[in-house]
Each structure stands twice: as C-alpha cells, then as structure tokens.
Design a protein around this ligand. Sequence first.
Ligand SMILES: *Cc1c(COP(=O)(O)O)cnc(C)c1O
Length: 386
Amino acid sequence: MNTYARLPVTFVKGEGVWLWDDRGERYLDALSGVAVCGLGHCHPRLAKAICEQASTLIHTSNLYRIEKQERLAECLVALSGMDNAFFCNSGAEANEAAIKLARLHGHNRGISLPTIIVMERSFHGRTMATLTASGNRKVQAGFEPLLSGFVRAPYNNLEAVAQVAANNKDVVAILVEPFQGEGGVNIPEAHYLQQLRALCDQNGWLLMLDEVQSGIGRSGKWFAFQHSQIMPDVITLAKGLGGGVPIGACLAKGVAADVFKPGNHASTFGGNPLACAAALETLQVIEDENLIGHAAEIGDFMRDRFKRQLADVVGVVQVRGQGLIVGVELAVPCVELVKRALERKLLINVTSDKVVRLLPAFVMQQREAEQVVDVTCELIKEFLNS
Ligand SMILES: *Cc1c(COP(=O)(O)O)cnc(C)c1O
C-alpha cells in the first residue's frame, strides 16, 4: 500500500556503518534503520547467531517454554533492575502491553475508567491505542474515533502534569519517553524523571517509560532512566533490541510485574526462538565490545563538532542529544536535506520538520563520525544560504 514516501534508492548489502545500493554505490549510514542496527549492518556474530538458531529451531509458540526467551528475560531483568518481561514484535506492541497493563492495574484497584497521562509531541506507535497516546495530530488525523482514557500534558513540565492530575481522579499511570526522538530530539531537564517518579509515588500511579528508541544503549547507558537514579514500574523496548530482527518487550517491576495473569495478554510470534537468539547476541556483543561507552563518546564528539562548525550560522537553533542520538534544530523546515544528503551518499533523517536527526550505529568510528558531521554541516549551510 501507499504508506511510505520512499526515497529513490534500493540497498542490497550492508557492513558496519556502510550500505551498498543495487548499482554498487556505497553510502555512509548515520541512521541505522532508525535506531535499530546498533551493531552496524550484518555484524558477523549476529549473523552467525541468527543462522545457527534458524537451522536449529525457529518457532514453537508461547504454548511451550522457550529457553532463549527465558534467558533473554533474565538478561534484560539483570541489566535493568526490573522484575519480569513480556515479549512482542514491535515498539507499538510493547506500548500496547504497557497500556493494557496500566488499565488492568486500574481495574484491579476499583477504577473503572482508568486514565493514562501522556505528553505533547510524544510518539508511541501507529496502532489505535498508541496513536491515541502519541502527541502528534498528523499521526491521529483521519483515524478518529480515538480511544478514551488518555489525558495530555506538555513534555518536560512537571507543574502541568500535577495540574492535569488534580482534575482527574482516574489517573493510573504516566507514559513518557525519557527523551523524545520522533518529537524532535527533545531532552528533558536532568530531574524530570525523578520528579515524575515522586509524583507517581505520591498518587499511586505507575511510571511507564517508552524506551523503544532510548533503550538498549542509545542514550549512553543501557536504559535512559539509568541517567536519573530512579526505577520505573514499566519500560517498553523494541528498535535496537534485536539488532534488526523484529522483537519488542515490556518489562515490569513490583506491583506492575504481577498484573497480567494467564489469558490477559499474548502474542503468537512474541519472543520466539529466532528473535530471542538475535536479541541475546545483540546484548552480548554490546557488552563484549563495550559499545555503550563508545557510543556515548562518539555522540559527544559529534555534538561538539556540530557546535563548533555551526556556531555562527544564522538559522541553526540548537545542537542537542544524549548518547548516540544527535539533533540539529533549524529555524525553518528542512526535510529537503534528506534528499540532498542521499545525493552525497549520506543517510540522515529529519524529524518534526525542522530537526536533523542522526542515530548512527554504536560501532561508528571517529573518522566516519567526522565525515557525517562535516558533510551534514556543509549541507545545512548550503541549504540555509539557498
Ligand atoms: C519507533 C518508536 C515506537 C514505535 O515502534 P514500532 O516498532 O514502529 O511500532 C514507539 N515509541 C518510540 C519512542 C519510538 O521511537
């Protein structure tokens, strides 16, 4: 169906931060399949793990125990400090699980119309519940009626959340991204999550973090909440978790970990042996190659270099980010830059109309990062002067 305005290029091969198209041209990838291929393209260890699992056992269903799913759950629980995991196949599905969990939690506590606080400019996916939760009219328009049970507050504004809550006795949870990716690479104040945590504790709400983009090392730690000395009740994961193989997860802790009972939620494919083998190897490679520390360094390096090269450029609003997400906000819409970068054999993204967004693989080296920044800066300057 006509759901994507695709760029006129077909990639047929990848290795590390490089992609080749069907004419043999090579491209530098600063987007990694939208924050998915953290290990770079076709990491030999990931490819081997997938091949081995594919020739051993691909799928059995969740009617039976799945050894690699149990091991993956143990890994994620150990890395995050959460208690348990539900596996699905995408970010939207992980958030659906979180939303259902919060609603059931509300019903268990006698709240018959449970309400979840969500944020302006947020993005949580394209299913009916997650597009309702998303704070972007473009994502919702034409798909009304939206779901009930959500109230919205501005991002990075604690007062507003407290105020929304004061007017609504049915609130059971907050669903929020530790940083907003699609919404324009918006990094909240340092104490934002701590303050939301305190508000949740005061009111008996669940703090549910959408770490679909920020999780699995992207923020410069395993999970973005680990920058702020708090524990969430629920976190959702997908994108980078399987290194390119579709898998999502909803992790829960404490009271939230005991909400679902057999029959409440399920997925045919969720956490199958193939997807879990890919995710297990992805986590192991990140650990063995110390990729998170490296990602954080490369991210800082890129932001510094952008700031220096764009310091006096009129029309550049701000360079920002965290870990290996880099955003450059311009004063004007700049979606055109994506095409111009493609002509220069560089893959970048523009989100929220005005924000150039880079999400390189964690394996990107300094020399490649320099090339990404230098070409992007040239393109930005040309664009602003034209
Ligand atoms: C990409 C994204 C989603 C949706 O993930 P899908 O796998 O496309 O369903 C949800 N939340 C955030 C924060 C995302 O970045």
